[in-house]
Design a protein around this ligand. Structure first.
Ligand SMILES: C[S@@+](CC[C@H](N)C(=O)[O-])C[C@H]1O[C@@H](n2cnc3c(N)ncnc32)[C@H](O)[C@@H]1O
Length: 242
């Protein structure tokens, strides 16, 4: 389940992508390298597979990345609140019978699908964090989801724009009663009070047991490779133990 699915497919020659060409410092820097750590090589290979292309012209959103990994019996539920994005998303995935798109609030409406009948599931939560209190609101939603489906694997993405907001969210999760929470963060600049995102991370609930070792391999490498002016850093923390 992807609670904030976006439009699925991003053209890198669009006006939006060309404005500050952010992709050049991220995927653009990794695309042709031959010294990638194993799981980064898997990731770059996966992105190339989505478009059957060696050229970096488009980048897949979470929905297309997950679609690439689905087995025949898997189901994927995509929530996108906004009409234009949800139409584009629908166009991209509509021929795939395993996938359902809902133009709805992914934090509220998805509760109705929990727990899934398979009793296994991965839930990606990738909000915009446009409003300050979204950090706390998201922690509250996670608590509700977890009440219904405690064994699911939840991945909550977050930006670091003002560190205090992240600390508030982390504390809310640490005192939520939910167990087995790990945090993985990559910073490309030191924290700042200025404008813009300097780091981002993923908080994972019930992580797969191999994830920690993969992140221990890849995050130091990414911090050094993508960090600007030697300011790259990473965090790997067990927010709550098992
Ligand atoms: C950060 S983007 C998601 C990007 C997407 N996960 C990807 O990898 O392409 C956040 C998206 O969530 C949508 N959105 C905002 N609030 C939402 C909500 N409550 N429920 C569902 N979608 C929402 C926005 O329109 C936006 O497309």
């Amino acid at each position: 389940m992807d609670t904030h699915a976006g439009s699925g497919d991003y053209k890198l020659n669009s006006g939006e992508a060309q404005k500050n060409k952010e992709f050049l410092d991220g995927i653009g820097n990794l695309w042709q390298r031959e010294d990638l750590p194993a799981c980064m090589a898997d990731y770059v290979y996966l992105i190339k597979q989505v478009y059957y292309s060696e050229q970096l012209l488009r980048y897949p959103g979470s929905a297309l990345i997950v679609r690439q990994l689905l087995d025949n019996q898997d189901r994927l539920f995509l929530y996108e609140l906004h009409t234009a994005e949800s139409r584009l998303l629908n166009d991209v995935v509509k021929k795939d019978k395993r996938i359902k798109v809902f133009r709805a609030d992914g934090l509220k409406d998805s509760l109705g699908l929990l727990p899934p009948r398979e009793n296994r599931g991965l839930i990606l939560i990738d909000p915009t964090y446009e409003i300050k209190n979204e950090y706390q609101a998201v922690a509250g939603s996670l608590k509700e989801m977890h009440k219904r489906f405690a064994t699911g694997c939840y991945c909550l993405w977050y930006p670091v724009v003002a560190r205090k907001r992240n600390q508030t969210m982390e504390r809310a999760l640490q005192t939520s009663g939910i167990k087995n929470i790990q945090l993985f963060e990559l910073g490309i600049q030191a924290d700042s009070d200025g404008f813009g995102m300097t780091a981002s991370g993923m908080i994972v609930f019930n992580p797969p047991w191999t994830l920690l070792a993969d992140m221990q391999q890849v995050l130091p490498w990414l911090a050094e490779t993508l960090g600007e002016n030697q300011q790259g850093f990473y965090r790997i923390e067990q927010l709550v133990g098992e």
